[in-house]
Every structure is written in C-alpha cells, then in structure tokens.
Design a protein around this ligand. Structure first.
Ligand code: TRP
Length: 465
C-alpha cells in the first residue's frame, strides 16, 4: 500500500518539492509589490519575523501530521481517530481548488509573456490590459499551464513531483542569480537596493502588518494541508525540524533575492516601485524594453521563464492535495484522478479568466456585489476569490491545524512524531517553542487575521487597507 502511494526518494527530494510548493508567484510576483506598498525594508523585516516565529511551527505541525498518518489532508484526521476534524482537510481541498483556479490564470500570463517575448511581441507590457482581456489567448496559455501541471502530477511522487522539483528549482536559482548579477550592474541599482533594504519603521501600520502576515502564510503554502500531503510521502528517518528550516530558508531566501533583483531594475529606469500588481507585468517589461531589443528580449523572457518555473512547482502542490484525497479515499487510479481534477479546476477558473476585461460583470464583480473598498482599482472576480481562499480560508485552516495539533492530537504525540529522525527533539528548546507557538501564538494571531479579513473584506469595516 505504502509503495503504491509513493514516497520521496531522499531528504533533498522532499525539501526541493516542498520548497517548490512554497516558492511561487507569491515570492516573485506578490512579494516585491507588497514591499513596494509597505515602504521597503520595514516590510522585509516583518516578513522574516513572521516566517520564522509564526509560520515555521505551523509548517512543522502540518508535516508531522502528514508523516504520522501517511494520509492525505482529509484522511489524516480520520487516521488519528478524529474524523470530525476532517472538515479542516475538506476546507483545505476546497481552498486548493479555488486558489489553483485563479493562480493558474496568472501563471498562464507569465508563461504567455515568455512566448510573446520570444516570438517578437517585445512590448507586451504596454499591452497588458489588452493581453489579459483576450480570453481565448490567455485561456490557451492557462490550459497549457494546467496541462503541464497535470502531466507532472500524473507521474506520481518520485517520477513526477520530485523529478520536476529537482529540475526546476536549480534552474530557477541559476536564472535568478544571472538576472540578479546583471541587475546590480545597471545605473541606479544602488537606489533600488537602498529602498529595498533600509527599513523605515514609520511605515509600519496595521494594514502593513496584516499584509506581511498574510504574505508569509501564503508564501509558505500553509493552512490547506499541502504540507500534510507532502509530509505523508516522507519516511520516518527524516528530521522534520531540519527539513522545515531548509524549506523556510529557501522560500525566504528566494523572495529576498527576487526583491534584490527587481528593485535595481525598477530604479534603474526611475519608475515608481509602487506599481501594485502591475509592477511585474507592466512596469518591469517596460524596464526591459529600455535595455534595447536584444538584451531586452533575453532578460525579459528569462525573467518570465523564472516566474513560470516558480509557479509550476506551486501549481503541482496545489493539484496534489485534491488528487491525493481522491486517490486515497476513493481508490481512483492516480492518472484518472489527476486529469479529472485538473479539468474541473480549469473549468472553475473560467470566471477568473474572464474577470480581467473579457466580461464586464466579472471584471467589476466586487463593485457589483457592493463590496468595493475606497481607493481600490481592482474589482475582479479573481481578486474576490483571493479574499475568500487566501485571506479567509488559509488563516482559518492554519488556526485549526495548530489547535488540532496542540489540543486534540496533543503535544506529546506531536513530540513523539518529531523525535523520529531527531533524537534530541524531546526536551529541547525547539520543542518548547513549537509547543508555545501552536498552542498559543498561532491560534491567537491567525484567528485575529481571520476576523480582520472577514470584517474588512465582507462587512466593509475597513481595518486592513
Ligand atoms: N506558496 C505558493 C506561492 O507563494 C502558493 C501555494 C502553493 C500555496 N501551494 C499552496 C499557498 C498551498 C497556500 C497553500 O506562490
């Protein structure tokens, strides 16, 4: 049975796959513009603190639950004799569907940019609005992206997920380093670095703290059982604490490098770093254009290839969550489970696809349902799904997973599981901190995010900007 479910072949394989899940559009697309809006270095400092103090313990708990039970996000709770708690996993699967449905749309844009740039549409950034509203074309790019994701997942844990991560993650790092070195040679690079690294703590406001927290949580792929699922393919010899540290470091490190590469590009052309979501798809291609047709195409297509690779290892993990559930609990063969799920997710993603200009109802969705906030410019259905899944379900899921690990499964059992592969765990200071974090810190902080999100996104009491 275990052999049939699949298992990562090595510690490195697991770490790269989980880091691949973590490193995604969140790190390279969202992180830099959050930094831009959050006033630079102050945001970076907060993000780092949240990743290590709050997210790290939650990740440890997820992986431990998975490895203990060797089951998917729903089955894990049943295997621990707490079937009533499997609603956490069910909510996770729903979140996975929703997140993947719009995440794949943005991934399709990134992939589309590579193709457009290479085939001579060098000034694609100037036509972003037109590009995203052409639903047939972006739909096709999205379909190719989802197809590639499904192809990888259909080859199982070792032959698909692990193999792809081992290929894509090193490639991603190499491209990143090449671009980073190049960016640092541009005139004005230093101003970008200064903006990025010198913290201005007066910029830290409630909304900035809220978005740094949400960003850390999303970036580490927490709260929907993705790491329960990946942990379930991990063997008992592995040291979970060490692996989690590596995954967190890689995720944070790559987000950090992405910013270090991006701001020199942005400042070298003297454009504003607060371009919002458009920073990557509009501002940046404009910067690449300034580099001249040859260099511009090379740098531009490499950048969007990097973004596509990052997104691909993340869509793989998002798809694996429902697939593992269907395979484990309903005995559906993996290949069939994968293609059916991917097709379904693509269909669910159609409204998101149409919500960037193609359909005016879906493009103005948030306004139409009367939930638009003052000053907001993006009212798309896609944004709305992000509020529901990323901002509401994930913190709720993370809070529930922490409470479950601390009080239902219980800290002793968690410690027992974590001491496999780490003889010194019990009694260590790390154990004490993890116990504190999952039984107190995470439930308090995550329930606060949850409440703030619900009040401000859905009840118009604007507390988080
Ligand atoms: N962490 C990824 C990113 O930063 C997105 C992602 C992949 C994710 N799998 C997840 C987010 C599971 C939450 C849960 O882009």
């Amino acid at each position: 049975m275990a052999a049939q479910r699949g298992e990562f072949s090595s510690r490195l394989g697991f770490i790269l796959a989980a880091a691949g899940s973590a490193v995604g559009l969140g790190n390279i697309w969202k992180f830099p513009f959050e930094v831009g809006n959050g006033g630079g270095g102050a945001f970076v400092v907060m993000y780092l603190i949240f990743c290590f103090l709050l997210c790290f313990p939650v990740m440890v708990a997820e992986i431990a639950i998975g490895r203990k039970t060797q089951k998917n996000a729903v089955g894990a709770f049943v295997a621990l004799n707490k079937p009533r708690w499997s609603f956490i996993g069910k909510l996770g699967i729903l979140s996975g569907f929703l997140i993947l449905s719009f995440y794949n749309v943005v991934a399709g844009w990134a992939f589309g940019y590579v193709i457009e740039m290479v085939s001579g549409n060098f000034d694609i950034g100037q036509h972003f609005g037109e590009f995203v509203s052409n639903w047939m074309r972006v739909g096709l790019y999205g379909l190719v992206f989802m197809g590639t994701t499904a192809y990888i997942v259909s080859h199982g844990v070792q032959g698909g997920i692990e193999k792809a991560a081992k290929l894509l993650m090193p490639s991603l790092i190499i491209i990143m380093v090449v671009l980073l070195v190049y960016a640092l040679t541009l005139p004005g690079a230093m101003d970008g670095i200064k903006f990025y690294l010198i913290p201005d703590f007066s910029k830290i406001t409630g909304p900035v703290v809220y978005s740094a927290l949400g960003q850390a949580f999303f970036s580490l792929s927490l709260g929907m059982g993705a790491l329960i699922t990946y942990g379930s393919y991990l063997n008992k010899d592995q040291n979970i604490i060490q692996s989690t540290a590596m995954i967190t470091l890689m995720d944070v490190g790559i987000a950090f490098l992405a910013g270090l590469m991006l701001f020199p590009f942005v400042f070298s052309q003297g454009v504003e770093p607060t371009g919002g979501a458009g920073l990557i798809f509009i501002t940046l291609p404009g910067v690449f254009e300034e580099l001249g047709p040859n260099m511009g195409v090379i740098v531009g297509s490499l950048f969007f290839l990097l973004l596509s690779f990052a997104a691909l290892t993340s869509t793989v993990s998002l798809l694996e969550v429902p697939v593992a559930y269907v395979v484990d609990e309903h005995n559906v063969p993996r290949k069939r489970a994968v293609w059916l799920t991917a097709f379904l997710v693509f269909l669910i993603g159609v409204p998101s696809l149409l919500s960037n200009g193609a359909s005016s109802i879906l493009t103005n969705f948030v306004q139409i349902i009367g939930m638009a906030r003052e000053g907001a410019t993006d009212h798309s259905f896609m944004t709305f799904i992000g509020w529901v899944a990323n901002d509401t379900f994930l913190p709720f899921g993370g809070m529930m997973i922490s409470i479950f690990a601390a009080y239902i499964w219980k800290k002793e059992n968690l410690a027992e599981e974590l001491s496999h592969g780490d003889e010194n765990y019990k009694g260590s200071i790390i154990e004490k901190y993890i116990n504190f974090a999952i039984s107190f810190l995470a439930p308090v902080v995550l329930s606060a995010i949850f409440v703030l999100t619900v009040l401000s996104r859905f009840f118009g009491i604007d507390l988080v900007g």
